[in-house]
Structures are given as C-alpha cells and as structure tokens.
Design a protein around this ligand. Structure first.
Ligand SMILES: *[C@@H]1O[C@H](CO)[C@@H](O)[C@H](O)[C@H]1NC(C)=O
Ligand SMILES: *[C@@H]1O[C@H](CO)[C@@H](O)[C@H](O)[C@H]1NC(C)=O
Length: 315
C-alpha cells in the first residue's frame, strides 16, 4: 500500500470515536463554549455521563449513536423505595431516546463533603431493587455503584450485593441482584490502579470494568502525562475494560485534582493530554496558563454537591 494511503488510514483511525472513551461532564456555567470541545466533529469521545438521570442541555440534540448519554442515579433520597430514577429513564426511553446503559450510585462509600453519596449498603440495595432491577429486565445494561478507590470500597460492594440478594431471594431460593459491569474510580498511580482492578477481577471473575473517574491527582506535569499515556494504552488494549472517562474535562483553575490533571488551560485551550484524549494534535499548551491562572478553586467538588442537593431535594 502506498504510504499516503497508510497515512490517510492512520488519520481516519485517529479521527474515529472510540466506543470506550467518554466524557465525565462537569460543566463550568461561566464558559458554555467549553461544552462543545468534547463533542466537536472528529472527537474520539463516544459517550458521556453527568452524574444525573437526564441528558445535559448542551447535548440533548446529539443522537445516542454518536454521543451516548448514560444516566446515573447519583444517590438515594429519604425514601429508598421511590422510583424517580426508574421513571425518568423510562420517560427517556418512551420518548425515543435509546438508553442502553445506566450507572449506579456515585461513591456511596465516600463522604458527602468529598463528593460521595454516603449510602449504607442496605439502603442502596433497596433503591437498586426499586430502580435498577426493572431496567435490567427491560434490557438496559446495569453498572454497579462506583466506590472510591479506598480499601473499604470492596467491603461496601460485597455488603451491598449481600443485602440486595436478601431482598430478591425468596424463602427457598437464593437469588442475586442483576448487574452487567463494575465501575471504579482511581486517583493514584498506575500500579495501584492495576492492582485495584485486579482485585475486582479476582473477586468477580469475568466482569467488565468501567473506569468512570480517574487521574493521577496532584502530580507534576511529567508524572501526570506518563500516567495518562499508560492508562490510555492499557484501557484501549484490554477487553475487560468496557469504557473509561478521565476526570479532567475542565479548566485547570477549577480542578480539584491538581492543575496538571486538567484537559483545558484557563483560556479553554486543550492541554496536551486533553488534545490526545479528544483525538487532536497536542500543541504544547501548559495547563496553568491563560487568564485565570494561578488560583485554584474547587468548583468541581462544589458542582458534585450541587448535584447531590438537587437530587435529594427533588425526591
Ligand atoms: C448487609 O450490609 C451490612 C453492612 O451495612 C453487613 O454488615 C451485612 O453483612 C450485609 N448483609 C449481607 C447478607 O451481606
Ligand atoms: C450469587 O453471588 C454469589 C457471590 O458472588 C455467588 O457465590 C453465588 O454463586 C451467586 N448465586 C447465584 C444463584 O447466582
């Protein structure tokens, strides 16, 4: 094959959306134009979630085949048996949005003040049976709750599945709750991530892992970039990784995981890792540049807490 053809093929491959790679959407209301960096023509991102049950206004017109919205039930309100999440997802399906996957609770083993949903396994199990089991019967693929990377995450998940099994079992027959894939979050080094995922695979052999938040938080630029490349290669290569979303689709001044983890500088320009993630040529943009550089605020965590209060108030 002529070399120009190889180059053309390589360019085509680079421009194609990866069915694994997605967006963890934490919009900055001050800069709405940033939203369309992620779904621009040629972007390699094929799906997103926004910690909530409904599509984001920025992407409502995007067909599911191009940019799949994946609803999440972030936490549990005062009545664990309410079916608000189920009803919202059913409403989307009834109005023609093809929902193929849903995500369980966000960091239920983590505290409210760090973005966790702080749910006891027994309470989470009731909410799962009310909302997720019916979706599973409709053919929607179910993602287990995404625990933090802390060691108690595994204990929480086992307790949750045990509690869930107790609810769906009948006197004589032991049954398990249904799930299709296992999301994880990770903010430490690559070796730690590999052993974290290895532990999940050893506990639930053959499971499909989704990495729904990850970055090497608060590191220098070289370490951040090395981790980024190592994880991307690994995730794209391994069949047990179903999907992944880096936690960094925001400007560095709003990063609560360290400025170098951000995909955008403070003028909204793609950093090198941001450019690679969406499939553009890196241009050497340093994260801590642009007009608001130098002061770091945690609006990302505040954003998560806002999501939490909206969900808890609306039930
Ligand atoms: C239910 O969860 C609690 C923790 O909240 C745990 O102690 C208990 O063992 C769990 N039950 C089962 C059957 O796993
Ligand atoms: C239920 O899950 C447990 C723990 O993963 C497993 O050992 C058991 O075989 C499962 N039971 C059924 C009926 O699938």
């Amino acid at each position: 094959m002529a070399s120009w053809a190889l180059i053309a093929l390589a360019a085509l491959a680079a421009a194609q959306a990866s069915d694994k790679r997605g967006l963890c959407f934490t919009p900055n209301p001050e800069f709405p134009s940033d939203n369309h960096i992620w779904d621009a023509p040629g972007s390699r991102l094929s799906w997103y979630y926004n910690y909530g049950p409904s599509p984001s206004p920025a992407y409502v017109d995007r067909p599911q085949d191009e940019f799949e919205f994946i609803p999440m039930m972030w936490g549990v309100g005062p009545n664990p048996d309410d079916t608000n999440f189920l009803d919202t997802v059913r409403g989307l399906i009834d109005s023609g949005t093809e929902i193929r996957h849903v995500l369980g609770f966000n960091e239920p083993n983590g505290q409210f003040d760090t973005g966790g949903s702080e749910i006891a396994p027994a309470v989470a199990a009731r909410a799962w049976v009310a909302n997720f089991e019916p979706l599973g019967r409709m053919g929607v693929k179910l993602g287990l709750p995404a625990c933090t990377g802390a060691p108690d995450g595994l204990v929480w998940l086992k307790d949750f599945l045990g509690n869930c099994s107790e609810i769906v079992s009948t006197g004589s027959e032991t049954r398990n709750c249904t799930w299709d894939f296992l999301p994880v979050h990770w903010y430490d080094n690559f070796e730690g991530l590999a052993s974290h995922i290895g532990e999940r695979l050893a506990t639930w052999p053959g499971s499909e892992i989704w990495v729904t938040e990850y970055a090497y938080a608060h590191r220098d630029l070289a370490e951040t970039q090395a981790f980024f490349h190592q994880t991307l290669d690994w995730f794209d290569r391994e069949d047990f990784i179903g999907k992944y979303t880096y936690f960094g689709a925001f400007r560095s001044a709003t990063a609560n995981v360290g400025v170098n983890a951000a995909f955008l500088n403070n003028d909204g320009e793609l950093t090198d890792i941001g450019a690679e993630y969406v499939g553009e040529e890196p241009r050497g943009i340093l994260p801590d540049t642009g007009k608001a550089s130098g002061h770091t605020v945690s609006v990302v965590v505040m954003g998560m807490s806002l999501v939490a209060s909206v969900i808890l108030v609306s039930v």
